[in-house]
Design a protein around this ligand. Structure first.
Ligand code: ADP
Ligand code: MG
Length: 656
């Protein structure tokens, strides 16, 4: 497919420009990672061709020794990284490293926010799929020459990172890609050897450090000056030394997971993890298991210490990498991981997977199901041990990934039993730290029969809820739900160890326990008042024009005048709120306006009603009460201007 014989100059897309500018001018530390990024791209490209060649040998074009070759040219000031991978077509070059900024570019720039932060976040670069551009940190010019198998012509791409690049067709006899970096002066004659990227030992060390487990040999020609020796092996003094060149493989390639657990250092695990998953922070936990028997596999799983930037979006691809006898088979195998554990990164190597296994076959594989079950168990065990042995670590984990686990409870009832003990919530028990349900249960006074929870934006908001008043007075602990999934998760859990969950803003709080005469009393009292106040409650409801499903005397209020609650069944007000935000507003919560009969406002209201049930003032007061209740729930007023006017005219009256 001949695109363009002549050389063209094109502009980078705006975000790419911004990114390049950052690479060229702002980042001074840790520039060495460019090598890791380029090698990882090379290795990905080789993976691709190897995989495709399983069904189409011709793609290899007779060159089946898959490898990465690094070359240093001191005279030319270049460092090149060459692979015989899949290469790119003209269009692919434009698309992948040219004009079109991938979503990752934008996200990456956003994550940096300002240039000061850039250096700390540099380790992130691979995660965002913008690793290629890191070459510009150390280069005045980057040249890429590439050809995919089957194409006659190759493509040459070149840029100095100044906002434009050139692209043209060129001859490229060998399949694959060469990235040729014209190294910046500061890195070609750097005094510190570790900053000199034309120094063969520096390159060797960097490959060891970052790319040791790359599965393909990373080779380099080593030049050595050798003093000639005589027959006895003794150096011949005075004779000119001999220049020899020797090709060395710089990486060990032994897959870490195949080694014995006890012989692997923490740092080795860490480097491996970083390399494979482009994460810069040490994982929170590592699970390394070998299983033999009905199924045979080795799994190496990591629980990251922070959620990737896109974790809670649709863009996040989860799943385990599959290997068969050390050879990469497939990325993101979701069949091996329940969705609520989608934060787990890792790999499974099993001789039971065949190399050219398709996703469809995988979905029906019994072996795979069995392995998946085992992995789930291993993860649960790891989490349990974290929860019991290192609570701060678990709480940190929870902060990052708790939502995924809560989602698991909500999505599938089969998970409930398994996951409920891993839930953590803030609660009224303590202003710091979180509680498990079991801990809540342990603290529950014997007479308390329900597990209470309150929903709100944050601690301050929840603690001000009028619905909390009675519970606070009783000294009953209340779980706080700040996360939108919380109530949905709990709603599907229904109960924990036979104790039902009860929202402070729904239905009957059942404060009337065994010895709680006061509650029984107050309940009976409320019932009496309810009965006796039937006409006025009805009048309030009517005056509110059926905006509420019911008006009742409250048992949960102590000092506030009113609150809004919803009934035991159906959805709650906060759920309605969330659903309407998600444009699923078909469901409406019931709205029950509860009034504190001990409050002066109620007395006033009663007086107004008794004097003239049809008076405008009575009507206005009802509106005001309802408006207050809405506001306290964080809901929108239907008529904010009307509400404000009413408050204003009331204030004017008080003044006079
Ligand atoms: P990522 O590797 O995360 O996709 P990069 O910025 O490192 O992001 O690379 C962008 C894209 O450029 C790659 O996805 C790949 O399609 C292409 N690419 C980069 N290097 C090579 C290479 N050596 N061979 C083939 N394609 C490459
Ligand atoms: Mg990359």
């Amino acid at each position: 497919m001949s695109k363009n014989i002549t050389k063209e100059t094109k502009e980078f897309q705006a975000e790419t420009k911004q990114l390049l500018d950052l690479m060229v001018h702002s980042i001074y530390t840790n520039r060495e990672i460019f090598l890791r990024e380029l090698i990882s791209n090379a290795s990905d490209a080789i993976d691709k061709v190897r995989f495709e060649a399983l069904t189409n040998q011709e793609l290899l074009e007779g060159d089946s020794e898959l490898e990465v070759f690094i070359e240093i040219d001191e005279a030319g000031q270049t460092l090149s990284i060459t692979d015989n991978g899949m290469g790119m077509t003209y269009d692919e070059v434009v698309e992948n490293i040219g004009t079109i900024a991938k979503s990752g570019t934008k996200n990456f720039i956003q994550s940096l926010e300002n240039r000061e932060q850039a250096k700390d976040n540099l380790e992130l670069i691979g995660q965002f799929g913008v690793g290629f551009y890191s070459a510009f940190m150390v280069s005045d010019k980057v040249t890429l020459i590439t050809r995919t198998p089957g194409e006659v012509q190759g493509v040459k791409w070149e840029s100095t990172g100044d906002g434009t690049y050139t692209i043209e067709e060129v001859a490229k006899p060998k399949r694959g890609t060469s990235v040729i970096l014209t190294i910046k002066k500061e890195h070609s004659d750097a005094e510190k050897p570790e900053e000199n990227f034309l120094n063969q030992y520096t390159i060797q060390n960097l490959v060891k450090k970052y790319s040791d487990y790359i599965r393909y040999p990373i080779k380099m020609n080593f030049s050595r000056e050798e003093k000639p020796v005589d027959q006895d092996g003794k150096v011949i003094e005075g004779a000119p030394s001999k220049h020899t060149i020797e090709t060395r493989t710089l990486n060990s390639m032994t897959p870490l997971w195949s080694r014995n657990k006890t012989e692997i250092t923490k740092d080795e695990y860490f480097q491996f993890y970083k390399n494979l998953f482009h994460d810069w922070e040490e994982p929170t936990d590592i699970i390394h298991t070998k299983v033999e028997g009905a199924v045979e596999y080795t799994a190496l799983l990591f629980i990251p210490s922070h959620a990737p930037y896109d974790f809670y979006t649709r863009d996040y691809h989860y799943g385990i990498k599959l290997y068969s006898k050390h050879v990469f088979v497939m990325d993101n195998c979701q069949e091996l991981l329940p969705e609520h554990f989608r934060f787990v990164r890792g790999l499974v190597d099993s001789p039971d997977f065949s190399l050219n296994i398709s996703r469809e076959i995988l979905q029906h594989s019994q072996q795979l199901k069995l392995i998946g079950k085992n992995l789930e168990k291993s993860i649960l065990k790891a989490l349990e041990s974290m929860l019991t042995k290192d609570r701060p670590k678990y709480e940190k984990f929870w902060e990052e990934f708790g939502k995924a686990i809560k989602g698991g409870i909500y999505m599938d009832y089969q998970n409930r039993e398994k996951l409920q003990d891993f839930l953590l919530f803030p609660s009224s028990h303590s202003s710091e730290g979180l509680t498990t349900l079991e801990e809540y249960l342990k603290r529950m006074p014997e007479k308390q029969s329900l597990i209470y929870y309150a929903t709100g934006k944050d601690r301050a908001a929840v603690e001000k809820l009028p619905q909390m008043e009675a519970l606070r007075e009783k000294g009953y602990e209340v779980l706080y739900f700040f996360d939108r999934v919380d109530e949905f998760a709990i709603d599907s859990l229904r109960e924990y160890k036979e104790k039902k969950f009860q929202s402070v803003s729904r239905g009957d709080l059942k404060l009337d326990d065994a010895d709680g005469q006061t509650d029984q009393e107050s309940k009976t009292k409320a019932e009496e008042i309810n009965k006796e106040s039937e006409p006025i409650l009805k009048a309030i409801k009517e005056s509110l024009n059926n905006k509420v499903t019911d008006v009742k005397i409250s048992t949960r209020l102590k000092s506030s005048a009113v609150c809004l609650v919803s009934s035991e069944n159906g959805i709650s007000l906060s759920m309605e709120h969330i659903l309407s935000e998600m444009n699923q507003s078909l469901m409406k919560a019931s709205r029950i306006l509860e009034i504190n009969s001990d409050h002066e406002v109620f007395t006033t209201l009663k007086r107004l009603y008794e004097t003239n049930p049809a008076s405008d003032t009575f009507k206005e007061y009802c509106e005001l009460l309802y408006g207050q209740a809405l506001l306290m729930e964080g809901l929108e007023l239907e008529d904010p201007v009307g509400f404000a006017n009413r408050v204003a005219s009331l204030m004017a009256k008080v003044q006079s």
